[in-house]
Design a protein. Structure first.
Length: 111
C-alpha cells in the first residue's frame, strides 16, 4: 500500500513534469541518466523488476518497491504503472524522506 503522503508527492511530481512512467519512458530516463529515483510496483512482473533494477543499478539510481501498479497509476493520475522515475533531486529527496518516515527501504543504486 502506498502511504497517502507518497501518493500526494508523486502527484505533485507528475504535475510538475518531473516524473516519467511507462516502460519506454522509464527505460529512456534510466539509460540517459535523467532519473534521480526509481519506484517499482511490488506487483510488477519479475521480468519487469529485473529489467528496471538492472538499469537503475547501472545508472546509480536508488530504488524502492512500494504499492501496486494500480496505486502508482492512481497517484500519477494515469492507468496502472509498474515503474516510475523521479527526475528531480528535490522531489527525490522529499520522497526519500517520506519513505524513511514510513519505514520503507530505499536501496542505493550504487552497485
Amino acid at each position: 500500500m502506498i502511504p497517502q503522503s507518497l501518493a500526494y508527492m508523486l502527484g505533485l511530481c507528475q504535475r510538475a513534469g518531473k516524473a516519467a512512467s511507462g516502460d519506454t519512458a522509464v527505460e529512456l530516463a534510466l539509460k540517459k541518466r535523467k532519473a534521480e529515483m526509481l519506484i517499482l510496483a511490488a506487483d510488477a512482473s519479475e521480468r519487469t523488476q529485473e529489467k528496471f533494477l538492472e538499469l537503475a543499478t547501472r545508472a546509480g539510481v536508488p530504488h524502492c518497491r512500494v504499492g501496486t501498479r494500480d496505486e502508482l497509476g492512481s497517484a500519477l493520475g494515469k492507468a496502472h504503472r509498474a515503474a516510475v522515475v523521479v527526475q528531480s533531486k528535490d522531489f527525490a529527496k522529499g520522497i526519500a524522506s517520506i519513505l524513511e518516515k514510513e519505514g520503507l527501504a530505499l536501496v542505493s543504486g550504487r552497485g
